[in-house]
Design a protein around this ligand. Structure first.
Ligand SMILES: CC1=C(/C=C/C(C)=C/C=C/C(C)=C/C=O)C(C)(C)CCC1
Ligand SMILES: [Fe+2]
Length: 589
């Protein structure tokens, strides 16, 4: 795919946020990009889902936007202005990613996860907040815009690039590769490698971006550096900033395996111009239980000494994937949940780079997000958010997200935060049937079975939460708090919650008509306790009279410190990261 793109929408709103100054400031705000021919999409009121729900017509395009900033104390009502308390140390960029455009010309994607990536940034600089959003100019985006219709397949939409061409020629082209060419519409997250930032999804492609301008840079194929067809968009980072990620290598040299790899955070001085990816190193691989049915996974866990991989029975069917194009079905239909199978818990020893030999398993489940994991007194504690089926993917079909979405999208299983505990001694000398978990703080169990396998049953921590985040300094370590959005029986989050895994108590923020995004924890520079810091979340509003805003909460008390109201339409997004000013390379500005 090498089609060249046309200018497309993007806008920047600048909002002055003065500390201890006037409590509200109706600042001059301007759009910086020429509004292109497709700009009408920028004018969609609110998030895509909100738009669908209210079934609004497209708004006319605009080239100027206004923003207001309100600095508030909690509890607040919209429009209440009190003294601003945004700390001066909050300097940097909150970068976010998610699906943004679901319609191209007359064609429409089927699934919310298909949307063309829209990146967002909130820049905190000298007491001012700047908001910017820009579509990722992926090849998928450029080809679609050029054709004025969807021509690149996404998760829930199979597209047919050239209907006028002989289908057999196309069929042959697809047959010659077992694994089809996947999209580079990197809509899920942002990854940092060294000084570079990438928009990421779950295919073999990532797209480098400029974190200051949100411009799209090189397209990188993981496959050039490591033999993977898929890779997660939830990598881990160690204290030196090295990236640890996992991908699936499908039927390569007759084998399907999960590959764990490291991308170093720096490259030798003489190679300064080269990307860290050139120094990617494979740490180890785990063979898939089945050649043609590898597990699907969205994230994985780490502790000080182990890498944790949950091989769940939510699986990709490779034969279905290879033939989906001719059968006229989407990639999503190649995933299926085998509820009668087990979920295998793999612990990979970082030192020996080997999967521990004991077989550890739990019941069938579907899991997307690991919350955190750590080692304690000879046990590995693994906190995840799991489902009892794959209804999550189902409910994000756009046909369900219409006016009656509350009825259509009732989850048949709600997300549950569960704690699994694996005893590291593996009960070599223990009797069959013994519970090997000796941690007094948990009700999770691990039973030794006749064949030496260990059967784990989790402790339920809480229900109805998704998009978990922690203070990342505690990643892989014993921790106490996580922050998440609260969802009940619908896909739309209505609260942000701080959960204390020790006391099982919750603190929440909510406001009428507010749909919060994933809460990002930013540690305070003089951090003494785990929750010394701020929570940043962008809030989409479901009432058109209420402007969306960036919310700043005190992570300790969960009280509101400030909100920056932006009079442009924010979209519901997926994931992102905060880049502290010290990590920003001023050269790119
Ligand atoms: C395109 C494509 C894929 C895309 C998956 C996506 C886009 C998943 C998004 C998951 C999210 C957002 C989960 C949230 O919890 C697959 C199935 C990996 C493989 C086939 C090609
Ligand atoms: Fe995710």
């Amino acid at each position: 795919m090498d089609c060249r793109g046309k200018p497309a929408p993007g806008h920047l709103a600048r909002a002055v946020l003065r500390q201890n100054g006037p409590v509200h400031d109706h600042s001059e705000v301007y759009a910086i990009e020429p509004v292109g021919s497709h700009s009408v999409l920028v004018g969609i009121p609110g998030s895509d889902i909100r738009n669908l729900v209210r079934n609004k017509k497209l708004r006319p395009k605009f080239s100027r936007v206004r923003a207001q900033v309100y600095c508030t104390h909690a509890p607040v009502e919209f429009g209440t202005h009190t003294q601003c308390e945004l700390p001066s140390w909050l300097q940097g960029i909150l970068l976010r990613n998610g699906p943004g455009m679901h319609t191209v010309g007359e064609t429409r994607y089927n699934h919310w996860f298909d949307g063309l990536a829209l990146m967002h940034s909130f820049t905190f600089k000298n007491g001012e907040v700047y908001y910017r959003s820009k579509y990722l100019r992926s090849d998928a985006y450029n080809c679609n815009i050029e054709a004025n219709r969807i021509v690149v397949s996404e998760f829930g939409t199979m597209a047919y690039p050239d209907p006028c061409k002989n289908l057999f020629a196309k069929a042959f082209c697809y047959l010659s590769h077992t694994i089809p060419e996947f999209t580079d519409n990197c809509l899920i997250n942002i990854m940092k490698t060294g000084e570079d930032y990438y928009a990421t999804s779950e295919t073999n492609f990532i797209r480098k971006i400029n974190p200051h301008t949100l411009e799209t840079l090189e397209k990188v194929d993981y496959n050039k550096y490591v033999a993977v067809n898929l890779a997660t968009s939830h990598p881990h980072y160690d204290s030196a900033g090295n990236v640890l990620n996992m991908g699936t290598s499908i039927v390569d040299k007759g084998k399907t395996k999960y590959v764990i790899f490291k991308i170093p955070s720096s490259v030798p001085e003489k190679e300064k111009k080269l990307s860290c990816l050139k120094h990617l190193e494979v740490l180890c691989s785990i063979p898939s239980q089945s050649l043609l049915h590898p597990s699907y996974y969205h994230s994985f866990g780490v502790t000080e000494n182990y890498i944790i991989f949950m091989e769940q029975p939510f699986k990709l069917d490779i034969l279905k994937l290879a033939t989906a194009y001719f059968r006229g079905v989407n990639w999503a239909s190649c995933l299926s949940f085998h509820k009668e199978d087990k979920t295998w818990i793999h612990l990979i020893d970082k030192q020996t780079k080997k999967d521990i030999s004991t077989k550890i398993y739990t019941d069938a489940m579907v899991l997307f997000h690991h919350v955190n994991a750590y080692e304690e007194d000879g046990h590995v504690v693994i906190d995840v958010i799991s489902y009892s089926d794959n209804s999550l993917y189902q409910m994000f079909y756009l046909k369900n997200l219409n006016e009656s979405f509350e009825e259509n999208t009732k989850l048949t299983s709600i997300p549950a935060c569960k704690r699994f505990v694996v005893p590291l001694g593996f009960g070599k000398d223990a009797e069959v049937g013994t519970n090997l978990v000796k941690l007094p703080s948990t009700t999770a169990t691990a039973l030794k079975e006749k064949d030496g396998n260990i059967y784990c049953q989790p402790e339920m921590l809480c229900e109805g939460i998704e998009l978990p985040r922690i203070n990342y300094d505690y990643n892989g370590k014993k921790y106490r708090y996580f922050y998440a959005t609260e969802v009940r029986w619908s896909p739309v989050p209505t609260k942000i919650t701080k959960y204390d895994v020790l006391t099982k108590k919750k603190l929440s923020w909510e406001e009428e008509h507010c749909w919060p995004a994933e809460p990002v924890f930013v540690p305070s520079p003089d951090l003494k306790e785990e929750d010394d810091g701020l929570i940043l979340s962008s809030i989409v509003t479901s009432d058109p009279r209420k402007a969306p805003f960036l919310l700043v909460l005190d992570a300790k008390t969960f009280t509101e410190m400030a909100r920056a109201t932006v009079n442009v339409n924010l979209h519901l997004d997926l994931h992102g990261l905060f880049i502290p000013e010290k990590d920003l390379n001023a050269e790119h500005e």
